[in-house]
Design a protein around this ligand. Structure first.
Ligand SMILES: C[S@@+](CC[C@H](N)C(=O)[O-])C[C@H]1O[C@@H](n2cnc3c(N)ncnc32)[C@H](O)[C@@H]1O
Length: 429
């Protein structure tokens, strides 16, 4: 319905513009998009670039582990010589991807009451104790049993073999988004909560190695910290680290005053046993965020859901007297690339106007003969389904849409950002 209405509205604008003789003046000044509006013509955004490299494209087609990291991991796996490594990797991978969120105590209580009611409806009232046992048995049978993983030496090595490349790729994608949209952003400090193998440090070094001078890795597992340090030193306990300025801690730094330019939690919030723990950690991480808080989880329902909770927590921030009063905004929403399905939210401090406010493509782009379907999430949160053609919307926008993918930004200004147009009132002829 939104599409049909949107198309009609924009057709009206099209006719109005033609009747007033308004013609495109720049290469990027395009016509109209159903349900969307204009190609972003604030600047000549294409410059001399071809359409296939328009600035909304944020895909990373292929991510490679740095050679030094790949070599160090290989060495550690050979040295570790764990039996059935491949099998263990498969088991852990399956476990992590099928993991649900832990059931909260209130939810458990609610389910118990419902079950009890059901059982009591058809039961003999003098056998109360038996009913309670029945409720407990039914609860056990039907409730997901979340388990905390204990990252000892063995599991840390298995985790490295299973997730080093995927984790590195997912975090690189997030960093690439910031770098592509804000090339002038040169972070100096980074904190990684639940740093595990240190893949975040390696990805950050690949992206902003020139400016970063301090990487604070926080992980409760001593074995993981040791492994991350070895990976940095080429697989050995001694030697010079490949990335300078990396520090390891088992606990979050206590001083609330120290902030980091970039704070990351990659696949770590899902390791916390309750919503209360996650709330606590997200609030602490946001307090420590100078500019960007990057949260990455698996591209699963559980991963997505906990990132949405974290986003809402930051955006609705209820801290009474925050040390940093600048509000937060969503810099990048979720996206699920084909190769490594991930959920991602990047929260930033400051004014949203600083970041490009183009709509994001939220589903695979359907390229059809002479038209393209794009599902868009607009900066004001509205979802739109735009069907873009060259004839109706101009060659520039059509070609940009055709080469864009799920997760990219489409360089158009959405109607809510435009001043009210007389065309909105024009009668349809
Ligand atoms: C799934 S691993 C993620 C590792 C890494 N971030 C990555 O991208 O591969 C989760 C890590 O979080 C750590 N962790 C779990 N609970 C933690 C806590 N309360 N404080 C700090 N680290 C924690 C675990 O020890 C583990 O190394």
């Amino acid at each position: 319905m939104a599409t049909a209405r949107g198309s009609r509205y924009l057709l009206k604008i099209g006719r109005w513009r033609r009747s007033f003789g308004i013609a495109p003046q720049f290469r990027a000044l395009a016509t109209l998009v159903p349900g969307v509006s204009h190609v972003d013509n604030k600047s000549d955004f294409l410059g001399k670039r071809p359409h296939r490299r328009h600035p909304g494209i944020l895909q990373l087609s292929c991510v490679r582990l740095p050679q030094a990291l790949a070599d160090a991991a290989q060495l550690l796996l050979l040295e570790g010589a764990m039996p059935n490594m491949e099998k263990q990797v498969q088991v852990l991978t399956n476990y992590l991807w099928s993991r649900h969120l832990p059931v909260e105590p209130e939810e458990l209580q609610r389910r118990a009451v419902l079950l009890e009611k059901k059982i009591l409806e058809n039961a003999d009232s003098c056998q109360m104790e038996k009913h309670q046992e029945e409720v407990l048995r039914a609860l056990r049978r039907t409730t997901y049993h979340w388990q905390k993983l204990s990252y000892n030496e063995g599991l840390s090595l298995v985790y490295m073999a299973a997730r080093l490349d995927g984790g590195f790729a997912a975090v690189s994608r997030a960093f690439h988004e910031i770098q592509a949209r804000l090339p002038e952003f040169q972070p100096q400090t980074l904190m990684d909560f639940g740093s595990g193998t240190g893949s975040v440090t390696w990805a950050a070094h690949s992206t902003w190695g020139q400016s970063l001078r301090e990487y604070m890795c926080v992980d409760s597992s001593a074995a993981m910290l040791e492994l991350a340090e070895k990976l940095l030193k080429g697989g050995s306990g001694s030697g010079m680290p490949c990335v300078p300025g990396v520090f390891f801690r088992q606990f979050l730094p206590v001083s609330p005053k120290v902030q980091f330019d970039v704070v990351v939690a990659a696949f770590s919030l899902s390791e916390l046993p309750s919503k209360a723990d996650r709330t606590d950690v997200v609030q602490t991480l946001w307090r420590k965020t100078g500019r960007f808080l990057v949260l990455v989880e698996n591209g699963t329902k559980a991963g997505h859901s906990l990132l949405m909770d974290a986003r809402d927590l930051v955006l609705n921030g209820k801290e009474k007297s925050p040390l940093d009063p600048r509000p937060g905004f969503v810099f990048a929403p979720n996206k699920k690339p084909k190769e490594e399905k991930l959920s991602l939210v990047i929260l930033a401090r400051g004014s949203p106007e600083e970041a490009t406010r183009w709509p994001r493509i939220t589903q695979p782009v359907l390229r059809r003969p002479r038209h393209v379907h794009c599902h868009l999430c607009c900066p004001d949160g509205r979802m739109q389904h735009a069907v873009i053609t060259a004839r109706r919307h101009g060659r520039d926008l059509y070609r940009c849409a055709r080469v864009s993918s799920w997760g990219d930004l489409l360089p158009v200004i959405t109607p809510s950002e435009l001043p009210p147009s007389p065309a909105q009132d024009a009668p349809e002829s």
